[in-house]
Ligand binder design. Structure first.
Ligand code: ZN
Length: 149
C-alpha cells in the first residue's frame, strides 16, 4: 500500500494547491452547501445540467486539504456524465471509503479516485473525502444543504 499512499499524498497536495473548477457557476441549475462540522469543511457545489447530463460542475468554499482535493477531483470525475452515472460513481466512492468496495477485486468506475482508498486508514478523514460527493448528491436531488453529522 505504500505506493498508493505516496500517490495519495502527492495528489492531495497538488489538488489542494491548485483545485480544479474552483469557482461559482452563474445561473447554475442546482447548488447545495455541504458542511462537515467535525473538521470545519464548508463547500458549496454548483451544477449546470444539459438535459440529463452534468454539463458543468464547480465548487467554492474552505476546508482541509483532503476535502478540497476530493471536491476538485469530484468535479473532474462527473463533468459530462449523466445524473445516473454520477450517482453510480458517488455510490462506489462512498463504498470505497467505508470499506464496502475493494478496489483491487470489485468492478468499479473510480479511475483516479481510487487514491482515496487511503482514507480508510484514517477514519476521521472519511467525512472530509466524501463531503463534496454528498453535497453533489444533494444538489442533484434539489436539496439545498447537507451535513455529515
Ligand atoms: Zn476536512
Amino acid at each position: 500500500m505504500s505506493e498508493l499512499n505516496d500517490l495519495y499524498q502527492e495528489t492531495i497536495l497538488e489538488h489542494n494547491k491548485n483545485p480544479r473548477n474552483f469557482r461559482e457557476i452563474e445561473g447554475a441549475d442546482n447548488e447545495a452547501d455541504g458542511r462537515n462540522p467535525l473538521c470545519g469543511d464548508a463547500l458549496r457545489v454548483y451544477v449546470k445540467m444539459d438535459g440529463d447530463t452534468v454539463s458543468d460542475v464547480a465548487f467554492k468554499g474552505s476546508g482541509c486539504a483532503i476535502s478540497k482535493a476530493s471536491a476538485s477531483m469530484m468535479t473532474q470525475a462527473v463533468r459530462g456524465k449523466t445524473k445516473e452515472e454520477a450517482e453510480k460513481i458517488f455510490d462506489e466512492f462512498h463504498k470505497m471509503v467505508t470499506g464496502e468496495l475493494d478496489i483491487e477485486t470489485d468492478e468499479n468506475h473510480l479511475g483516479k479516485l481510487k487514491i482515496f482508498a487511503g482514507v480508510l486508514e484514517f477514519p476521521a478523514r472519511v467525512k472530509c473525502a466524501s463531503l463534496s460527493w454528498h453535497t453533489l448528491n444533494a444538489a442533484l436531488h434539489g436539496e439545498e444543504e447537507v451535513s455529515t453529522e
